[in-house]
Design a binder for this molecule. Structure first.
Ligand SMILES: NC(=O)C1=CN([C@@H]2O[C@H](COP(=O)(O)OP(=O)(O)OC[C@H]3O[C@@H](n4cnc5c(N)ncnc54)[C@H](OP(=O)(O)O)[C@@H]3O)[C@@H](O)[C@H]2O)C=CC1
Ligand SMILES: CC1=C(/C=C/C(C)=C/C=C/C(C)=C/C=O)C(C)(C)CCC1
Length: 315
């Protein structure tokens, strides 16, 4: 029987982090001891409810803010021998909109969480893993860690930073028998989406020109909603992929969870000048808007039908 592995996950108050924590804690063979962390323990209710019997058996909740070195140190020091087998860097925030409407402080805070949050965690955990000659570090990256998407300039840059960081670190890690994996979901239906829309609603569009504001609201936001409702995965689907990655005999360095996004991330490799990727995105946004909307509706219908068939088979 496989021995129990200690898994520390960041950002477990909602969404993907919560789903991964629950998935691993409810593993039938109890392969995992989950340390589900969140920056604000007053938000623990949802995780506790979902955990049920797993709470305080295979799942333990601890405070950890990826932007606060002291809270990271405290949390990890509280773990017996500081022994973490698998670290899942999930905590992250989004930011959408025209650059001119965003303050440098907001941008800093995206990088503090999405990039430096990962760096702080890895800095604290990697040396122990190297000493033990074992361990696995997993990042919740994004397809936006591979391909930029209009009006996600800063968020995309923060995920590219994570990808570059890992690409560099992975070779050293391999020498110490430590694995690194980047999980790259496309759109996932979580509070993430709502949070960025709410921020977008509060934004001051007088700081940009009317044409840009119009593009953001009528092209980006509208298409983005359609994309989430047609291509969006559930956090449980991403959790299933995460389980596959951490239990894999030979864990992949990169893993996309939604094959619908794979062609989009391959464009830059098909044409190193970058013209193909830029051209395809330009056309999708400005010329084939209606074709794209129509095909997304078709995808939605097909997924809905597939779901019905699946439900039918279960009965
Ligand atoms: N939703 C999507 O479409 C996609 C998301 N991702 C990535 O998945 C990850 C999870 O996002 P998702 O579940 O969708 O979004 P949610 O907003 O549902 O969850 C984000 C989590 O991160 C936490 N968090 C934010 N800042 C900090 C911090 N400083 N310290 C600790 N925790 C923090 C939040 O805590 P709090 O409740 O306190 O704010 C929350 O628990 C992110 O890294 C995101 O970039 C990747 C691809 C697609
Ligand atoms: C594909 C695509 C679009 C939007 C994609 C979106 C909105 C993806 C969201 C991904 C997320 C949220 C990843 C999180 O890390 C556009 C620009 C509307 C039109 C062109 C094609």
């Amino acid at each position: 029987k496989m021995s129990q592995k200690t898994v520390l996950i960041t950002g477990c108050s909602s969404g993907i982090g919560l789903a991964v924590a629950i998935k691993l804690a409810k593993d039938e063979e109890q392969h995992f001891k989950v340390i589900a962390t969140m920056r604000n323990l007053s938000k623990r209710g949802k995780l506790e409810d979902a955990a049920g019997e797993a709470l305080n058996t295979t799942l333990e909740i601890k405070q950890l803010d990826v932007c606060d070195e002291q809270s990271i140190r405290q949390c990890i020091d509280s773990i017996p021998d500081r022994h973490i087998d698998i670290l899942i860097n999930n905590a992250g925030v989004g930011l959408v909109g025209p650059l001119e409407c965003q303050s440098i402080e907001e941008m800093h805070s995206v990088f503090e969480t999405n990039f430096f949050g990962v760096v702080r965690m890895v800095k604290e955990v990697f040396p122990d893993m190297k000493k033990r000659k074992s361990g696995h570090i997993v990042m919740m990256s994004s397809v936006m860690g591979l391909q930029g998407i209009m009006f996600n300039d800063i968020y995309t840059a923060s995920k590219f930073a994570v990808e570059g960081f890992c690409e560099s670190l992975v070779v050293q890690a391999l020498k110490f028998n430590v694995c690194i994996s980047l999980i790259e979901p496309g759109s996932v239906v979580t509070e993430f989406e709502m949070k960025v829309y709410e921020e977008a609603e509060k934004a001051d569009y007088s700081r940009t020109d009317p044409e840009t504001a119009e593009m953001f609201i009528n092209l980006y936001l509208r298409n983005s909603r359609t994309i989430f409702s047609s291509l969006g995965q559930t956090p449980e689907e991403v959790a299933e992929h995460t389980l596959q990655v951490i239990t894999s005999e030979n864990p992949p360095f990169r893993h996309q969870t939604n094959s619908m996004y794979t062609p989009m991330t391959a464009l830059k490799h098909a044409d190193p000048t970058g013209a193909l990727a830029t051209d395809v995105f330009y056309k999708m946004v400005f010329e084939y808007d209606r074709v794209m909307q129509a095909s997304l509706v078709a995808v939605k219908v097909l997924r809905w039908k597939a779901q019905k068939v699946q439900q039918g088979m279960k009965m």
